[in-house]
Design a protein around this ligand. Structure first.
Ligand SMILES: Nc1ncnc2c1ncn2[C@@H]1O[C@H](COP(=O)(O)OP(=O)(O)OP(=O)(O)O)[C@@H](O)[C@H]1O
Ligand SMILES: [Mg+2]
Length: 362
């Protein structure tokens, strides 16, 4: 593999910000580190960049152990959320800055800058100052500063967090395109699941300093390996209860009077405490009186939230349990106040054991 992280840990005083992380990343891969605030994403990126020394473990890039090398000798570049451009320097001068640090001859420097301007569609803007650019153009210049040095790896730490939603979505597509054009790995840190899902080949979910799973984005979304991932990726209904019956093929859970059927048993046996997750889009709505699938639940529609192409139905059972169903807006859906039956297939229930939260593993 092109990049190999071997048993990386990073301790700050009493905190293990990163705890025994192993990852192997291929040359053409777009990888995201996805996790909540404080989970250790930036720390891991800084260890790869050489801005932090790991307490334990090795970093290998392109076959070379770079653990002891300073940042500028690793062939990596990093782009930050606060992409501080020099305000009194033009785009061209901003792009020249990292090359000056490398003491590159002028002719080669110009060639590199023109190459970056081309890749980033910034031709003709090289004489402008940052305040004469749009937010997206400024972000592209920041990316350009990372790319001019022709790094072996580009590290990006929430580079789109300061942009509004529309621009962010445009930039997601662009960043992915640059990565494919350059053929180098991008490692992209975000706490935003949509961003990670839209761009990445594989996603590493980071939780309290360790990697919960490192998997293809579709696998991560469709078959979350842990309850943490099921909760963090996608939008789901979460139930907590006790297993009342389990055999090889199916499992029944009592969640506060509500009986749920799941296919498979998730390694659980009767009496075990379990979490069950059902993605909002897997909850279908039928007219009152419907009896059918393994799981059906009479509800009242309390509210309908429009989300563009789809709508979210906020439902409530007679016991006061809240549920969310999302469905495409084509065709007519039930209105607020209507009685409906929410139903879903047992195969769409993801089950996990309830484990005591041990926090950091050491
Ligand atoms: N220089 C430092 N000294 C002490 N503790 C630190 C230092 N840097 C980070 N930490 C701690 O390490 C943990 C991980 O921090 P990190 O910045 O890597 O999280 P993150 O996942 O990037 O979070 P965010 O999404 O908020 O940026 C946190 O508990 C943080 O407080
Ligand atoms: Mg961070």
């Amino acid at each position: 593999m092109y990049i190999s992280l071997q048993g990386i840990s990073k301790q700050y005083a009493s905190v293990w910000a990163i705890d025994r992380v192993n990852m192997a990343i291929a040359k053409q891969e777009f990888v995201s580190l996805l996790g909540p605030s404080g989970s250790g994403k930036t720390t891991l990126l800084r260890v790869i960049a050489g801005l932090e020394k790991p307490t334990e473990g090795r970093v290998l890039i392109d076959g070379q152990d770079v653990t002891e090398l300073p940042p500028h000798k690793r062939g990596v570049a990093m782009v930050f959320q606060e992409f501080l451009l020099f305000p009194h320097r033009t785009v061209r001068e901003n792009l020249a800055f990292p090359l000056r640090m490398m003491k590159m001859p002028k002719a080669e420097m110009d060639e590199r800058i023109d190459w970056a301007l081309g890749i980033l569609s910034l031709q003709g803007l090289d004489g402008r100052y940052p305040n004469q650019l749009s937010g997206g153009q400024q972000q592209r210049v920041a990316l350009g500063r990372g790319l001019v040095g022709r790094p072996k790896v580009l590290l990006l730490d929430e580079p789109l967090a300061n942009l509004d939603r529309e621009l962010r979505q445009e930039m997601e597509v662009e960043i992915r395109r640059y990565q494919m054009k350059l053929g180098i790995p991008f490692i992209y840190v975000t706490h935003n699941q949509e961003e990670a899902l839209s761009m990445s080949d594989r996603i590493a979910v980071v939780n309290k300093g360790h990697v919960e799973d490192f998997a293809e984005r579709t696998t991560l979304y469709d078959k979350p390996k842990t309850a943490f991932i099921a909760q963090f990726v996608g939008r789901s209904n979460k139930f907590e209860g006790k297993v009342t019956a389990a055999d090889g093929g199916s499992c029944t859970i009592d969640a506060g009077g509500l009986s749920l059927t799941a296919s498979g048993n998730g390694g659980l046996k009767p009496g075990d405490a379990a979490f069950a997750f059902v993605k909002n889009e897997k909850v279908a709505l039928a007219p009152e009186g419907f009896v059918g699938e393994d799981n059906s639940l009479p509800c009242t529609v309390r509210d309908v939230i429009l989300r563009g192409a789809y709508a979210e139905y906020l439902l409530e059972t007679s016991d006061g349990l809240g549920l969310v169903a999302s469905r495409p807006r084509s065709g007519e859906g039930p209105s607020i106040g209507h009685a409906v039956v929410a139903h879903w297939a047992s195969g769409d229930v993801d089950l996990y054991p309830v484990k005591p939260d041990l926090g950091l593993r050491r």
